[in-house]
Ligand binder design. Structure first.
Ligand SMILES: *[C@@H]1O[C@H](CO)[C@@H](O)[C@H](O)[C@H]1NC(C)=O
Ligand SMILES: *[C@@H]1O[C@H](CO)[C@@H](O)[C@H](O)[C@H]1NC(C)=O
Ligand SMILES: *[C@@H]1O[C@H](CO)[C@@H](O)[C@H](O)[C@H]1NC(C)=O
Ligand SMILES: *[C@@H]1O[C@H](CO)[C@@H](O)[C@H](O)[C@H]1NC(C)=O
Ligand SMILES: *[C@@H]1O[C@H](CO)[C@@H](O)[C@H](O)[C@H]1NC(C)=O
Ligand SMILES: *[C@@H]1O[C@H](CO)[C@@H](O)[C@H](O)[C@H]1NC(C)=O
Ligand SMILES: *[C@@H]1O[C@H](CO)[C@@H](O)[C@H](O)[C@H]1NC(C)=O
Ligand SMILES: *[C@@H]1O[C@H](CO)[C@@H](O)[C@H](O)[C@H]1NC(C)=O
Ligand SMILES: *[C@@H]1O[C@H](CO)[C@@H](O)[C@H](O)[C@H]1NC(C)=O
Ligand SMILES: *[C@@H]1O[C@H](CO)[C@@H](O)[C@H](O)[C@H]1NC(C)=O
Ligand SMILES: *[C@@H]1O[C@H](CO)[C@@H](O)[C@H](O)[C@H]1NC(C)=O
Ligand SMILES: *[C@@H]1O[C@H](CO)[C@@H](O)[C@H](O)[C@H]1NC(C)=O
Length: 779
């Protein structure tokens, strides 16, 4: 068996490389070092395509190490909320952008763009673009290269790698006119909404020191500034670029009208660039670009620390590839198609990008109080998405980051007064609920204590008890401008009315009611871990009572209500979902929900109606846990079937292979857990619901754990159903496993089958045999 699988794996691996060579060229040998088939299975293009911003993963083929502060990407268009800097359909590259845009529906902040060129210096975006072809791109997590057609003939080979805070670029000029490199500090920026005609003009600076071969500068652009409560007035991205060759001449430039200020060393302003013309005949230039949120000096220091003088691009790329291999080589997938492996490893790669480092040199800029502090900080927290599974996966697979990530949230609380909701450098108030409560509680539940527990309690307790300012007269609708911290908008009516968020006072009131109830549950979990028994029971009670305050027993659906108790209608009060998805949004009390929906049989019918009626929308998060609910009603085989079909329909290795926004790793975390055969339906409980794995075998070396976590499921690629399950030899008959059964390594063995089996499917059996018809209650 094992010999067979070894041979098979080798064949599959070499076939995979062939397949990848079709879509993008293979990296030259110097950039495939160290060898790692796991890293070779990552295709950073997956999730870039899609015919609309909502129908796309919104991912970019960027270069950076895991959790890197700045990701570098070829710039094919100007990015803003709803537009990424690289779009696969484009045919020109306008530069190489050090981006901090974390997701397609968020704004850019403090970016810098490095633009190679030849002949006359052309600073304007439209003028500086050069044609390229996807056949001439090499795209890997650690190295990117492309050939650009140079104006006037010849070509520019542009190559790129990057450490967390330093971009490393190299341009090779082949048969071209005189080369130059332009660095864009500021641009006309599309603000707030996705309306490209709505522009502002951030004012920054460039300074050029030809003797040090440096161009440095500052860019205060922060496209999301309009929606958050923190003005962060001194926020800026700083950069310091150092060149490997001397400047023949240099100057500053205006990207708007193309004007050049030849010989000028310094300028402040909007639409500003600096440039260096290289000596005629220069065939190659290496440019390292230190990036910082603190200062130009810090950017220079980051450059000298992470990519010191004399470091070759090959050396940088190797170190970055090693960083990816250190993570990805921990997972071995046996069996299953090449397609599955490309999707799986790319999913892992996506999850290891968020949240990302905001600290540098033991310090960080905080936009919450506009000051620099000592410590570690992270940004890119899309918590309404990531609390579902991305966080559980981070805890399992990147535990070395967890204390720092929680600590970072507690710093945000100390400096700004609240835990983050959606932190894009600073708070943006995007989405609803204070699911940071869940992140903190889940971390503590799973044994992380490297932060101040009393501060953690104080912060989540505040979320659960203090409404935002002007709660009764502010709607806090999505992306509402000029409001304070949104946190649990409508909490006043949860207290003062009968337990729900009033739909005639607040936007998204149905979703809020249900999400706050889950957050209360998280608070109760943390309270009990801290032995705060009366708080634990208070919040547990509220978490079990609140959801059903909007359950309409006449229709069997969750329906938002107004302050006076009247119904707000079935379509009102939802965010990124509808009453179908949200009726299932009671993960802390599925049993209570099943009871109200008339018992197991009736609940299974309801799930069938949900899926067969086309109501499950896997492109959005409220649907993610729903296929797993069958198992909790005694119909595990139906969960198995739905999970496999969602994985096939919504994930593939094409550029369009992520049908919904990646949302900082949540789409991918769903896939990873589902591929392993279990999913954290109720994350803060520590329990996973069992689905059905996709491969013959997955072995994971969990960081810091001696024993491997092995999921053995021979035949799974063609057998989607589960016949039996054991963990370390002990038989499991209910479709539930606890974190502690996997977190220290264990052998999880699935017996797989081609047809539905009775395992954990007692309700289905009783339906088939007719024995349970008596308890099939009507609603
Ligand atoms: C990429 O560009 C195409 C053509 O302009 C557009 O239809 C598509 O929505 C864009 N993709 C994304 C993810 O924005
Ligand atoms: C796309 O998603 C955004 C943000 O989630 C939302 O506001 C918008 O309504 C969606 N648009 C469509 C056409 O679904
Ligand atoms: C531009 O966007 C800002 C922020 O979203 C908004 O306040 C302003 O009304 C918009 N202006 C126009 C002309 O659309
Ligand atoms: C740019 O602005 C900074 C800060 O206001 C100022 O100190 C500097 O003198 C300005 N430089 C130029 C060239 O105007
Ligand atoms: C560039 O030109 C625009 C007008 O097109 C002007 O508003 C801006 O201040 C200029 N920027 C610089 C750096 O000269
Ligand atoms: C809400 O009420 C507060 C306190 O009365 C008042 O200061 C604020 O302006 C009101 N806000 C709105 C949007 O009406
Ligand atoms: C809570 O109580 C248990 C049992 O008495 C004890 O072991 C544990 O250390 C306590 N935890 C805290 C955070 O005080
Ligand atoms: C919650 O508390 C109320 C009032 O004390 C009590 O009537 C109710 O039974 C409790 N509900 C639950 C689910 O514990
Ligand atoms: C209850 O509130 C809704 C929404 O504000 C309103 O339309 C309705 O007339 C009110 N009903 C009563 C009985 O006051
Ligand atoms: C419950 O559903 C019925 C039937 O659609 C409707 O008339 C009623 O207003 C709803 N009640 C609430 C509180 O939503
Ligand atoms: C519903 O199914 C679950 C899972 O099999 C089981 O634990 C529970 O007892 C069932 N409930 C009833 C009322 O049969
Ligand atoms: C990949 O998935 C996307 C999104 O679900 C779909 O549109 C596309 O047709 C699929 N492509 C292939 C080759 O299966």
């Amino acid at each position: 068996m094992s010999a067979y699988w070894r041979t098979f794996t080798v064949l599959v691996a070499s076939f995979a490389l062939d397949i990848r060579a079709v879509s993008s060229r293979q990296a030259p040998a110097a950039f495939s070092n160290p060898e790692s088939s796991a890293v070779d299975y990552v295709d950073p293009l997956i999730g870039n395509g899609g015919d609309s911003p909502n129908g796309s993963g919104g991912m970019i083929p960027s270069t950076a190490p895991p959790f890197g502060m700045t990701r570098w990407v070829a710039q094919t268009r100007q990015n803003y909320v709803s537009v990424t800097p690289y779009n696969y359909t484009d045919s020109n590259i306008h530069g190489f952008q050090g981006t901090h845009q974390p997701a397609i529906w968020m704004g850019e902040s403090g970016q810098v763009v490095i633009v190679p060129g030849v002949g006359d210096v052309k600073p304007a975006f439209e003028d500086r673009g050069m044609p390229f072809s996807h056949d001439k791109e090499v795209i890997t997590p650690s190295y990117y290269s492309v050939y650009l057609d140079a104006p006037g003939g010849g070509s520019i080979l542009a190559e790129q790698s990057a450490t967390s805070r330093v971009g490393h670029l190299r341009f090779t000029f082949e048969n071209t006119d005189t080369p130059y490199v332009l660095i864009e500090a500021t641009r006309a920026s599309v603000m707030g909404s996705a309306d490209p005609s709505n522009v502002t003009y951030p004012s920054g600076s460039v300074s050029i020191d030809p003797s040090a071969r440096e161009i440095c500068g500052r860019n205060p652009e922060r496209q999301d500034f309009i929606i958050g409560p923190n003005p962060a007035p001194s926020f800026a991205g700083y950069f310091c670029a150092r060149f490997s060759v001397p400047f023949e001449s240099y100057g500053t430039a205006n990207n708007s009208d193309g004007q050049l200020f030849q010989g000028e060393n310094e300028r402040n302003g909007t639409q500003l660039s600096g440039y260096a013309i290289l000596q005629r005949g220069t065939s190659m230039v290496d440019v390292r670009v230190g990036v910082s949120f603190i200062s130009i000096d810090q950017a220079r220091k980051n450059l000298e620390t992470e990519i010191p003088d004399g470091t070759s691009l090959e050396q940088t790329a190797k170190a970055v590839r090693e960083a990816w291999a250190e993570k990805l080589d921990r997972i071995t997938v046996e069996g299953g198609s090449i397609e599955n492996k490309l999707v799986f490893y790319t999913a892992v790669y996506h999850t290891l990008q968020y949240p990302y480092e905001q600290h540098e040199d033991g310090k960080y800029y905080s936009g919450y109080d506009d000051a620099v502090h000592e410590g570690e900080s992270y940004t890119g927290y899309s918590i309404w998405d990531t609390f579902r599974a991305q966080w559980a996966w981070t805890i399992l697979f990147a535990p070395e980051r967890v204390n720092g990530m929680v600590q970072s949230m507690l710093q945000d609380y100390r400096e700004g007064g609240w835990l983050p909701m959606w932190k894009n450098i600073v708070e943006t108030n995007i989405m609803v609920g204070t699911h940071a409560d869940s992140l903190v509680a889940e971390a503590v539940l799973k044994g992380f204590t490297g932060f101040d527990l009393e501060t953690a309690w104080e912060a989540v307790y505040k979320d659960a008890t203090v409404p935002p300012v002007n709660d009764w007269n502010t709607s806090y609708f999505d992306r509402e401008e000029n409001v304070g911290y949104e946190v649990r908008a409508g909490l006043s009516s949860v207290y003062d009315v009968q337990g729900w968020v009033a739909s005639d006072v607040h936007s998204e009131a149905g979703s809020r009611t249900l999400d706050y109830a889950y957050d209360d549950y998280a608070v109760s979990v943390l309270a009990s871990l801290l032995n705060k028994t009366s708080e634990a029971s208070f919040f547990l009670n509220r978490s079990l009572t609140t959801p059903f305050s909007i359950f309409n027993s006449t229709t069997g659906f969750m329906e938002a209500r107004n302050a006076n108790g009247s119904g707000a209608g079935q379509d009102a009060g939802w965010t990124e979902g509808n009453m179908w998805a949200y009726t299932f949004d009671v993960v802390q009390d599925v049993e209570g929900l099943v009871k109200r929906r008339g018992g197991n049989i009736s609940f299974i019918d309801f799930l069938d109606e949900h899926f067969d009626g086309g109501h499950n929308d896997h492109t959005n998060e409220p649907s993610h846990h729903i296929p797993y609910l069958y198992a909790l009603a005694g119909a595990a085989s139906k969960s198995q079937e739905r999970i496999r079909s969602i994985a096939q329909e919504y994930y593939n290795s094409s550029v369009n292979g992520l049908a919904g926004n990646e949302d900082c790793g949540q789409m991918s975390a769903w896939y990873i857990f589902s591929a392993l055969g279990f999913y954290p339906v109720d994350p803060v409980s520590g329990f996973y619901v069992v689905g059905a794995p996709f491969s013959d075998k997955v072995v994971i070396e969990l960081p810091g754990i001696r024993k491997s976590l092995i999921v053995a499921s021979p035949g799974a690629p063609t057998c989607p159903y589960v016949r039996s399950l054991t963990v370390d030899g002990a038989s499991i008959t209910t479709p539930i496993i606890h974190h502690s059964q996997i977190s220290q390594g264990s052998m999880v063995e699935f017996g797989m089958s081609q047809q539905p089996e009775s395992w954990a499917s007692t309700t289905l059996i009783s339906i088939e045999s007719g024995t349970n018809m008596a308890v099939h209650e009507e609603l």
